[in-house]
Design a protein around this ligand. Structure first.
Ligand SMILES: [Ca+2]
Ligand SMILES: [Ca+2]
Ligand SMILES: [Ca+2]
Ligand SMILES: [Ca+2]
Length: 613
């Protein structure tokens, strides 16, 4: 039949055929719905559905709420933007920040890493900055007093008391070198941060990014891991363009060779030895590393190292004892992301999110790909749970960097915060995303289940910025953990946690035998038992992206604490049961290994000011 000829069949037949068509459409719809329904448990709930799971409020009923207090706190740091028409890959990675109580007065001070032009002269005023916490909600710039005069293309910061004198020291990574700021007492009685990297034998002529401290050989002092990104020859820098639009952009790291990362053993006499080769760190294929965490992943008492690499398999360095490592990420199921795809690993957070007592690993990822949650089942067996957990789906449109777990409302469940921002300044010209992006806050609802609560966590989370680093600390000591973010070419932001909650918390500074600072508790953990369930907090080295959080461990007790007992596991493996009755009202404590807790006072709930309307 000629399809153009009018249909000669009766109108009745036409109706019947139309009816059949409708039935087909209806059947297809039903089938689609059935498939959709069948898939539902495997699909992250839509944003609105997730919001519906949360109490309806803006921090008024105890849901987490953060206020930007940067200006009134006096944090005036602004990151130098190294952008040039060359679109160098360096120009987009940003710099980090770290909390350090450099004067050991109990108030966390803030160290902000500064960048510079990638090539050519470096203006003298581009030093990193240290802001001393005055204890009244404000900070003062003490960069000159402590002697921060070094300029360079600064990347990451890691805090540790490597000489065990009770005063935290700080390692800063640069393009082409390291600074090791040894915290010393000046003649005038004030603290000085003196760069001793050269005399200490810390040599890394590569492009260091994130770094982390931890005692990997069990001799009582902190050793140092430094990630290296890639080796770029600035004289022969290629031109990279977005394939479809030909818009110029920075080249991906795959254009450049990578080098092995560095492990430095602390010799205990203010010097270090490069043990990258003999430790096994240099054994796997070199990869562009962006984040590292030192944590005992299998709880065998020896500190392991997990490294997020950019579009290369992650490293899991399993500690065999005496600081010798075997790389096991692939066989452990934590090297690759969804469906075995490569992860553009940017940042790492560690936490027990399912009450298993094991540290699970959360890794941030590129845009159009989800953040990855690896649930830790013990014995180095990881299960990828990105979409099921609710952390994956809502993250897909964003390009993700720094991240931390924190119990923002002290309900006993770890929440997650993530900094976002594209790497391409012209992203808008070839993508449906933009260079500045909004950060995200995920609230934990149950065992390894989270909901995107960004829209109701404070104004910062709806303001697009080029986010990179995140560091957590309770800077005002009201018991609620606060946040600091770094951004490319923009100010650092200090976010005060202004959640209205009567929840109490235990916060502990752990000081292992032979150590003098809680910075050296890496490898310790506290376990709160309530009935058959337990809740664990881990002291880790490194984490986030180019940034360092305070070493204090916070355990929220919720409205109706069911905690029955608290046990500390020290890096030595020694277990110490605490007298729970002396701690059950909450508060801040210093616990030295083998001794009962010393109270540092109750968190000042009265300081939980409630400025939000
Ligand atoms: Ca301080
Ligand atoms: Ca020190
Ligand atoms: Ca050591
Ligand atoms: Ca606080």
């Amino acid at each position: 039949m000629n399809p153009l000829q009018p249909d000669k069949k009766s109108p009745g037949q036409g109706v019947a055929r139309a009816g059949t068509g409708l039935i087909f459409v209806a059947l297809a719809l039903v089938a689609a719905l059935v498939i959709r329904w069948w898939q539902l448990p495997f699909i992250a709930p839509h944003l609105d559905q997730q919001a519906a799971l949360l109490p309806d409020s803006s921090g008024m009923d105890g849901t987490p709420w953060f206020e930007d207090v940067t200006a009134e706190a006096g944090i005036g740091f602004r990151h130098f933007d190294s952008a040039t028409p060359r679109h160098l890959i360096h120009e987009t990675l940003g710099s980090g920040l770290a909390w350090i109580d450099y004067d050991a007065d109990g108030w966390m001070d803030l160290f902000c890493v500064q960048s510079s032009p990638v090539e050519g002269d470096r203006p003298e005023n581009l030093t990193s900055k240290l802001y001393r916490n005055k204890g009244d909600g404000t900070f003062e710039d003490v960069s000159n007093t402590v002697g921060l005069s070094k300029v360079g293309f600064g990347m990451g910061a890691a805090v540790g008391d490597f000489d065990n004198d009770g005063f935290p020291d700080i390692l800063v990574t640069y393009l082409g070198g390291l600074a090791l700021y040894h915290n010393q007492l000046g003649k005038d009685g004030a603290r000085r941060l003196v760069d001793i990297a050269v005399n200490a034998g810390l040599k890394n002529p590569h492009w260091g990014t994130s770094a982390g401290w931890g005692d990997v050989d069990g001799d009582g002092d902190l050793d140092l891991y430094v990630c290296n990104y890639c080796e770029v020859d600035l004289k022969n820098y290629p031109v990279c363009r977005e394939p479809r639009t030909q818009v110029a952009m920075c080249c991906p790291p795959s254009h450049f060779p990578a080098v092995s990362h560095k492990l430095f053993r602390n010799n205990g006499n203010l010097t270090f030895t490069d043990v990258s080769v003999e430790s096994g760190i240099a054994a796997p294929p070199p990869a562009p590393g962006l984040a590292v965490v030192l944590v005992d992943l299998d709880l065998d008492g020896k500190l392991d190292i997990y490294v997020a690499n950019d579009m290369k398999p992650a490293y899991l360095f399993h500690n065999q004892g005496a600081g010798r490592f075997v790389e096991k990420a692939l066989v452990s199921g934590c090297a690759l992301g969804l469906d075995g795809s490569l992860v553009a690993g940017m940042g790492i957070a560690i936490g027990d999110v399912d009450g298993s007592g094991f540290p699970s690993v959360f890794v941030t990822n590129f845009e159009k790909k989800p953040n990855i949650l690896f649930l830790n089942r013990g014995n180095l067996d990881f299960r990828e749970s990105s979409m099921r957990s609710g952390l994956g789906g809502p993250s897909i449109p964003f390009l993700k960097f720094g991240t931390e777990f924190l119990d923002a409302d002290l309900d006993g469940n770890l929440d997650v915060v993530v900094a976002n921002g594209h790497i391409h300044r012209a992203a808008k010209q070839f993508s449906d995303s933009d260079y500045p992006q909004t950060a995200q806050f995920f609230r934990r609802l149950g065992s390894a289940k989270f909901a995107d609560a960004s829209a109701r966590s404070g104004p910062y989370f709806s303001k697009p910025m080029v986010g990179r680093g995140i560091a957590v600390a309770d800077y005002d000591r009201d018991g609620l953990p606060d946040l600091a973010f770094s951004h490319v070419g923009d100010g650092v932001k200090l976010l005060k946690n202004a959640t209205r909650t009567p929840n109490a918390a235990i916060s502990v500074d752990l000081i292992p035998k032979g150590a003098a600072s809680p910075c050296n508790a890496v490898g310790s953990r506290i376990i709160a038992k309530s009935g058959a369930t337990k809740s664990t907090r881990f002291a880790v080295g490194g984490g986030s992206y180019l940034s360092g959080s305070e070493p204090r461990l916070v355990l929220g007790l919720g409205e109706d604490s069911k905690v029955e007992g608290l046990q500390i596991v020290w890096p030595s493996g020694a277990r110490q049961d605490m007298n729970w009755d002396s701690m059950k009202e909450g508060g801040a404590f210093r616990i030295k290994e083998g001794f009962p807790p010393e109270s540092l006072g109750s968190p000042q709930k009265s300081k939980r000011v409630l400025p939000h309307k």
